[in-house]
Design a protein around this ligand. Structure first.
Ligand code: GTP
Length: 286
């Protein structure tokens, strides 16, 4: 949900339909609601509703379509254009949306994305984001919200959507504990599980501390771009090995729907051993 032009269809197209950011300039306004069913992690289907944000549609959702739009919602993702000239009207629609969610799907999680952050000068971003989220939190009470700053032009989009998807995956704790076991067994510094088509991060396990808290979404973004490059030349990438001065990183298919990235820093462990470990884990994770 979110006002027309705030960037909803753009983000959906980049994450789930392999668009590049530049191509979203050609998108038209969404008429009423566009539904998409995204197959995700084997037998999971993500049911996405992209609700056109023009006023006539918004009024209609609240007036005559409340039951259709707001029932059985697991997650509400509300997108705010940070450059919007009419924050007051954005808040008005947001609150109508919250009222409808409270009445129809009281357990829904709520994510607020302050979007198009790239349009702000860098030194203003933190302040404006904090101000907007503070106001949204207070207006959302007693509901709890999670806030993200996003832009289609950098990896922040992946950070937000990885979190959103993460909260929708059943048995995520079991998956995480298996990943931790795998990480320790391989003597890896870190293991990260990515969904295969979107390259969103699903889970990770680490045995060492890392400084860069944004490393996952950066990798998602880079590999997704690389993947798009491969498909333009009609090839598909299956696996890769990246050697740094102090580590080696392996990205390989783990299951039908996931890639695993395994980061190793012990120079005594041969690449072949790690690749064997990944191959041995495939059946277990499938
Ligand atoms: P409706 O379908 O009318 O509800 O609009 P929408 O929210 O789906 O907006 P849409 O995705 O069509 O985006 C509108 C415009 O915003 C497009 O030209 C996008 O290229 C642009 N846009 C989307 N995200 C960003 C962003 O993060 N930064 C910048 N600068 N532009 C963006």
């Amino acid at each position: 949900m979110g006002k027309s032009g705030s960037g909803k269809t753009s983000m959906r197209s980049i994450i789930f339909s392999n668009y590049i950011a530049r191509d979203t300039r050609r998108l038209g306004a969404t008429i009423d609601v566009e539904h998409s069913n995204v197959k995700f992690l084997g037998n999971l289907v993500l049911n996405l509703w992209d609700c056109g944000g023009q006023e006539a549609f918004m009024e209609n959702y609240f007036a005559s379509q409340k039951d259709r739009i707001f029932k059985n919602v697991e997650v509400l993702i509300y997108v705010f254009d940070v450059e919007s000239r009419d924050w007051g009207s954005d808040l008005h629609y947001y609150q109508s949306c919250l009222d409808a969610i409270r009445a129809n799907s009281k357990d829904a999680r709520i994510f607020c994305l302050i979007h198009k952050m790239d349009l702000l000068p860098e030194q203003q971003r933190d302040q404006i984001f904090e101000d907007r989220i503070r106001e949204l939190r207070s207006r959302s009470e007693p509901l709890k919200i999670e806030g993200f700053r996003t832009s289609i032009w950098d990896e922040t989009l992946y950070a937000a959507w990885s979190q959103i998807v993460h909260c929708l995956i059943p048995n995520i704790r079991t998956l995480e504990s298996h990943l931790e076991y795998f990480c320790r067994t391989c003597d890896a510094d870190e293991v990260v599980l990515f969904e295969r088509t979107t390259f969103l991060v699903i889970a990770n396990a680490a045995t060492v501390n890392h400084q860069d808290l944004h490393r996952f979404e950066k990798i998602s973004n880079i590999i997704k771009q690389f993947n798009l490059g491969c498909s333009r030349s009609q090839t598909r990438f299956k696996s890769m090995e990246i050697r740094g001065s102090s580590f080696t990183s392996f990205i390989d298919v783990l299951t039908n729907n996931t890639y695993a990235m395994v980061v190793m820093s012990d120079p005594n462990i041969q690449s072949a051993a790690t690749l064997l470990n990944i191959a041995a884990a495939k059946k277990h994770f499938e």
